[in-house]
Design a protein around this ligand. Structure first.
Ligand code: SAM
Length: 286
């Protein structure tokens, strides 16, 4: 396995091609790294970006929630992400209410309005704060493809208990499936079959945030749960595909790629983030 960490972000480095990649993590500004990557080589990009809080998180300084600052940072980077993505590729960008409306417009310009696929709401529970508003308990994940012809595997979720309770399910011995009879006013009764995988997954994802005592937890601000990124990678890539995360943080995406047999390339501008990522890839905690 090749694991690289480098502070060398000059542009003379040979371009990285798909066949050479397995798991590569760079300490670099993402714009500089992307300039070294060949066009049309990446199958899936997931980035948990800077949310525009204006805060200093210790591990990194966030951008200010000022439209010109947000556009100046993201426009050149999203253009590069579009260039390096394969024609069958997808991109997921995670942020929150502060900048999602601006990012939606920039993404429409760069990827095309017709290539917008979903706005996924990651819904989580947390302590409630003092404020005169509804409590904010979600992130927004914008999903775009590069073309109409994109990789997508339908994911499923369990049926709601009410769906199971409200119908009189019967077992179909021939097909080995459950069904109930739907009776309309003007139609003959017909069978509704249950899908053994559950129902098609919707765009509101209830996944708990990482608890401070979780086994998954590394000491990094804004670390995301693996379960969230697993869904994205399973839905929009295949084994041995190349997945990129250009805002790597503690390396959650890199670790999930290793678990799911995906190739990975990513970077973070903060050396501590890359150090933690390399530890995770080597299953080392201290
Ligand atoms: C929200 S955090 C990512 C957290 C990550 N998803 C995790 O699970 O740990 C964003 C990361 O982007 C990095 N970052 C900010 N600007 C960057 C840039 N221009 N190039 C590369 N990384 C950058 C920050 O250092 C920070 O680690």
């Amino acid at each position: 396995m090749t694991i690289e960490s480098t502070n060398d972000n000059n542009n003379t480095k040979p371009a990285i091609t798909y066949s050479e990649c397995y798991q590569q993590c760079f300490c670099s500004d993402n714009l500089e790294l992307m300039k070294t990557i060949e066009s049309n080589t990446i199958d899936l990009i997931y980035c948990d970006i800077l949310y525009g809080t204006g805060r200093n998180f210790g591990d990194y300084q966030d951008l200010k929630p000022i439209r010109s600052e947000i556009e100046a940072h993201y426009l050149p980077r999203l253009k590069e992400m579009h260039r390096v993505l394969k024609i069958t590729g997808s991109i997921y960008l995670q942020m929150d209410y502060r900048i999602v409306h601006w990012l939606r417009c920039i993404m429409d310009d760069v990827f095309g309005y017709n290539n917008f696929r979903n706005e996924i709401i990651w819904s989580y529970k947390r302590y409630t704060g003092i404020c005169r508003n509804f409590q904010t308990m979600h992130d927004n994940i914008l999903r775009y493809s590069k073309s109409e012809n994109y990789t997508f595997h339908q994911l499923f979720q369990p049926y709601q208990p009410t769906t199971l309770k409200n119908h009189k399910w019967e077992y179909d011995e021939i097909n080995g499936t459950y069904f109930y009879w739907k009776r309309g006013k003007n139609t003959h009764p017909y069978k509704i079959h249950a899908n053994k995988n559950g129902v098609k997954m919707n765009d509101v994802w209830d996944i708990p945030q990482l608890s401070p005592i979780s086994n998954e937890r590394y000491d990094f601000t804004s670390q995301k749960p693996k379960a969230l990124i697993e869904r994205i990678i399973k839905a929009s890539s295949n084994e041995n595909d190349l997945v990129a995360d250009f805002y790597l943080g503690s390396g959650t995406t890199a670790e999930v790629c290793k678990d799911l047999n995906r190739n990975f390339i990513g970077c973070d501008i903060n050396p501590r983030a890359v150090e933690i990522t390399l530890k995770r890839l080597n299953n080392a905690r201290s």
